[in-house]
Ligand binder design. Structure first.
Ligand SMILES: Nc1ncnc2c1ncn2[C@@H]1O[C@H](COP(=O)(O)OP(=O)(O)OP(=O)(O)O)[C@@H](O)[C@H]1O
Ligand SMILES: [Mg+2]
Length: 289
C-alpha cells in the first residue's frame, strides 16, 4: 500500500458539528493555515480532525506527543541495518512529503526544543530542514499541520511558547450542550436517547464540581463508555461508577458525592423505567447497582 493510501480514512467518521467549526476549518484548510484545537479531554477534538481529513479526502498522520519525544522522533533518523545506514522519515516528514494532515496530539507534552521543529513548516516557505540528512524538504501543497491542546492541564513549565502559539489559528472546543451530547451518545452507541439524557445529567453534576475538587468534569468519551457498559447489560449504578466516577477522582468525599448523584438519578428511573423495553438491546436490567 502506498504511503498515502495507508493514511486515508475510508469510512465517514460520525461527527456531530457543534458550532461553525466545519466551515472554519475548511477555510483554514483552503488557506493551508495551521490549526490549533483547544478543549478539555474527550470532547471530540480527535474525532473532528478525523472527520475533516475524511471530508477533505486527505491522509491523516497522528502523533501522540510525550515529554520523551525528540525532534528526531518527528523528523526522522538514520537506522543501522545489514546494508549499512538507511534514512527513515519520521511522521512529520512523511506528512510533509505526501501532503497529509499531520495531527500532533497533546503538543504541550513535548519539550520546547522538540516543538520548534514545526516552526519552519508554518512559515510562508513551508519547509522542513532535515539537518542530519542535509535535505531541505519543501512541504507538499496539501500538507497541513494541526495540533491539539488542553488548556486545563499545563503549568507554566508546560505551555507552548508564544512564538509557537502565534503560528496557529485556533478553534475552541468544549462539551456539547446537553441535548446535543445525548444525541451524540445515542448515535455513537445505539443507546436509548432517554438513557443517554440521564448520563448527560450525571456529567452535568460532575462538571459543576470542576475547580471544586475535580480537575476535569466527566468527558463525552466517558459517557460513551458508560453507555456501552449499559448496552452490555451492566446495571446503571455499576456502569456509572465504573465509567463516570472512579476514573476521574481518587478523593473519597467527591466520589461519595458523585455516587449519591448516580443513586438519585437512577432512583427516579427505576420508578418510571422509561427506557427498559423488552427486546430493546439498549434496555437496562431493572435492578439498579
Ligand atoms: N461532536 C462529536 N461527534 C461525535 N462523537 C463525539 C463528538 N464529541 C465527542 N464524541 C465522542 O467522544 C469520544 C472522545 O472524543 P475524542 O477522542 O475526539 O476526544 P479528544 O477531545 O480528542 O480528547 P483528548 O484530548 O483526550 O485526546 C469520541 O470517541 C466520540 O465517541
Ligand atoms: Mg484526542
Amino acid at each position: 500500500m502506498s504511503d498515502t493510501a495507508q493514511y486515508l480514512i475510508r469510512q465517514e467518521p460520525f461527527y456531530q458539528p457543534l458550532h461553525e467549526e466545519v466551515a472554519l476549518y475548511q477555510a483554514a484548510w483552503d488557506e493551508r493555515l495551521p490549526v490549533m484545537i483547544k478543549g478539555p479531554t474527550g470532547c471530540g477534538k480527535s474525532r473532528f480532525v478525523e472527520y475533516m481529513a475524511w471530508r477533505l479526502g486527505r491522509p491523516l498522520i497522528t502523533v501522540a506527543c510525550n515529554e520523551d519525544m525528540t525532534a528526531s522522533d518527528l523528523v526522522g533518523r538514520y537506522l543501522l541495518d545489514a546494508g549499512g545506514t538507511r534514512w527513515l522519515d519520521g511522521p512529520l516528514t512523511t506528512a510533509a512529503r505526501i501532503g497529509a494532515i499531520c495531527y500532533l496530539d497533546e503538543i504541550v507534552e513535548a519539550r520546547q526544543d522538540t516543538t520548534v521543529v514545526i516552526h519552519p513548516l508554518t512559515d510562508h516557505r513551508r519547509v522542513l530542514p532535515l539537518d542530519k540528512k542535509g535535505e531541505l524538504l519543501e512541504a507538499h501543497a496539501d500538507f497541513q499541520l494541526v495540533i491539539s491542546y488542553n488548556p486545563g492541564y499545563q503549568s507554566l513549565m508546560k505551555d507552548l511558547k508564544q512564538s509557537t502559539k502565534q503560528r496557529f489559528t485556533a478553534l475552541h472546543f468544549d462539551y456539547a450542550d446537553a441535548d446535543t451530547e445525548a444525541g451524540i451518545i445515542a448515535t455513537e452507541t445505539g443507546t436509548d436517547p432517554a438513557l443517554a439524557q440521564r448520563l448527560v445529567q450525571m456529567a452535568g453534576a460532575a462538571r459543576n464540581l470542576k475547580g471544586h475538587g475535580l480537575d476535569e468534569g466527566i468527558s463525552t468519551r466517558l459517557l460513551v463508555y458508560a453507555a456501552r457498559l449499559l448496552k452490555r447489560g451492566v446495571a446503571p449504578r455499576a456502569a456509572c461508577r465504573m465509567a463516570l466516577v472512579d476514573p476521574i477522582t481518587d478523593d473519597k468525599d467527591i466520589r461519595s458525592t458523585l455516587y449519591h448523584a448516580i443513586d438519585a438519578l437512577f432512583e427516579v428511573q427505576s420508578d418510571a423505567r422509561p427506557v427498559a423495553r423488552s427486546g430493546d438491546p439498549s434496555s437496562v436490567p431493572s435492578q439498579a447497582g
